[in-house]
Design a binder for this molecule. Structure first.
Ligand code: GBH
Length: 506
């Protein structure tokens, strides 16, 4: 009888314990990233530095474009002054220290280092500026992540045709050599390019700088030379620098998720074609098992070129040596992700005028119900982040990935709850991709530390964790609510459970 009672007590204890610990699990069910996961912020030289012609800096294609065509920027602004970050190294790094972040992704202005783009003349002040930044980061234990090229080609090289000229790859190698020789001791994480799709398609196929507006033609030439340049720099790094100075080299690609609009076979196929054109164009040659352009791009562009009367495909061919050089040219993938689109199959009749959109032949759109932001192209669709990451995992054998940009623009003001919600929901999606699906992601950078010059959208779109007052002579920076939120995330590695978790004074 006694035993029987003991047994009952025991069972009751086990049951109660279960209930209590379940309860604790609910309270502790915070979404947490592991200790090694790193949080950071991202910026780019032209968008924040200002000092466009100061102390020997040469002219870039964005200097030229905004000066020659002010009407191409929605608010007729330019980045001559921008956030004045050239003069605010200490102030900006202090903001990062307050955020408690582990890394800072910035870009180096080619024409600040080599004013005419060529390696025979190095601008010492350019080197001084980035050294000062690196010293300040080092003093504060923030790891630098440097992008060699974020859209700002020296204008002098544009006179030669810019990225449509194959020799650009050689000049990029020379520039990279100067950077590795000069900064290689301090910078251990390198990105060759930011978003080649964006600057080749919008710059050479469209009307962003340099504004070549030659879609289906110059965009492909640009892409071809950028891929060669990336491969060449990676091989040089591998052969000549890795042993000596160590470090990791990758490339940043932009991947908006592309979801089939319906379950029809045609739309499923169209979505996959779109992924190959928008992302695979640059990802397939570097990250896929076999390298080279995605087969669907190759076959569609070859066929269209032929129908249009070209003797050669508008999409250039790599030599087999180039395919091998570019294939596997990475230590990690830098991934930018902002939004998602739906895709339907297109039914375009092929016109005589070459065009990237015609070659791809799909229809891309966003749902009206998806929450809007202050960027026409950006709707809030957090689940697309997880899908994009999984597509990368499945197609490219789960490469080591650093999220080099994710962010959103909303109206001015400090109480930016919409931005907090955006970041929080995208981080939840990222967390699921890592912890439920096994995607290999090592860190996340928010775009951006500061409001800045958003290319042809000028200062009208504000992505900053900090608001910049462009009317004030000091270009005053003020943290938004999202800066407090992000501080809590960066310092704890966990997403806050409630508003109170990050609005106390940090
Ligand atoms: C990133 O690109 C860039 O790397 C970064 O410099 C930029 O500040 C950030 O986006 C936020 O804008 O205005 O309709 O012509 C993300 C990919 C490609 C998205 C160009 C916007 C222009 C669309 N971007 N695209 S539109």
């Amino acid at each position: 009888m006694m035993n029987f009672i003991y047994l009952h007590c025991f069972i009751l204890f086990v049951l109660l314990h279960g209930v209590i610990s379940d309860h604790r699990n609910v309270l502790d069910s915070r979404v947490c990233f592991d200790d090694k996961f790193s949080f950071g912020v991202a910026t780019a030289s032209y968008q924040i530095e200002g000092a466009w012609n100061v102390s020997g800096k040469g002219e870039s294609i964005w200097d030229r474009y905004t000066h020659a065509h002010p009407d191409m920027v929605v608010d007729r602004s330019n980045a001559d002054v921008a956030d004045g970050s050239y003069y605010k190294v200490k102030e900006d790094v202090a903001l990062m220290v307050k955020l408690g972040i582990g890394f800072y992704r910035f870009s180096i202005a080619w024409s600040r280092i080599l004013p005419i783009g060529l390696s025979n003349y190095v601008n010492e002040d350019g080197i001084r500026y980035y050294k000062e930044l690196l010293a300040e980061l080092r003093r504060n234990h923030i790891t630098p992540v440097a992008t060699m090229y974020h859209f700002d080609l020296p204008q002098n090289l544009q006179e030669l045709g810019g990225w449509t000229n194959p020799i650009m790859a050689d000049y990029f190698v020379d520039y990279a050599r100067v950077l590795l020789d000069t900064f290689g001791d301090e910078i251990k994480i390198w990105l060759t390019f930011n978003e080649p799709y964006t600057f080749c398609e919008d710059g050479y196929g469209g009307i962003e700088a340099p504004g070549a507006n030659s879609s289906g033609f110059e965009d492909y030439l640009c892409g071809h030379n950028v891929l060669r340049a990336h491969g060449m720099v990676y091989r040089m790094f591998d052969k000549e620098y890795r042993k000596k100075i160590g470090g990791h080299m990758g490339i940043t690609l932009d991947f908006s998720w592309l979801e089939p609009a319906t379950t029809s076979v045609e739309d499923q196929q169209a979505a996959e074609t779109a992924r190959q054109f928008y992302f695979g164009w640059f990802a397939h040659p570097i990250f896929s098992k076999y390298g080279d352009y995605p087969p669907v791009m190759r076959s569609m562009i070859d066929a269209n070129s032929k129908r249009q009367g070209f003797y050669h495909s508008r999409l250039p061919y790599f030599t087999s040596k180039e395919v091998e050089m570019i294939r596997g040219a990475y230590d990690f993938l830098g991934l930018n992700h902002y939004t998602t689109y739906l895709v339907k199959h297109g039914s375009r009749r092929i016109s005589l005028q070459p065009s990237f959109i015609d070659d791809m032949n799909v229809i891309k759109f966003q749902r009206d119900e998806w929450p809007k932001t202050n960027s026409s192209w950006l709707k809030v669709v957090p689940w697309g982040f997880r899908k994009a990451l999984n597509w990368v995992r499945v197609n490219y054998r789960n490469p080591k990935t650093l999220i080099t940009e994710n962010g959103v623009a909303f109206e001015r003001g400090l109480h930016d709850t919409k931005r907090v919600n955006y970041i929080d929901s995208y981080l939840r999606s990222l967390h699921a991709a890592i912890h439920q699906d096994g995607c290999y992601v090592i860190g996340y950078a928010y775009w951006s530390l500061l409001d800045n010059f958003e290319w042809t959208r000028g200062f009208s779109e504000r992505f900053g964790l900090h608001e910049v007052d462009y009317q004030s002579p000091n270009l005053t920076r003020t943290p938004r609510l999202s800066a407090k939120y992000f501080t809590s995330v960066a310092k704890t590695g966990c997403l806050p459970n409630s508003y109170a978790d990050y609005t106390y004074d940090i």
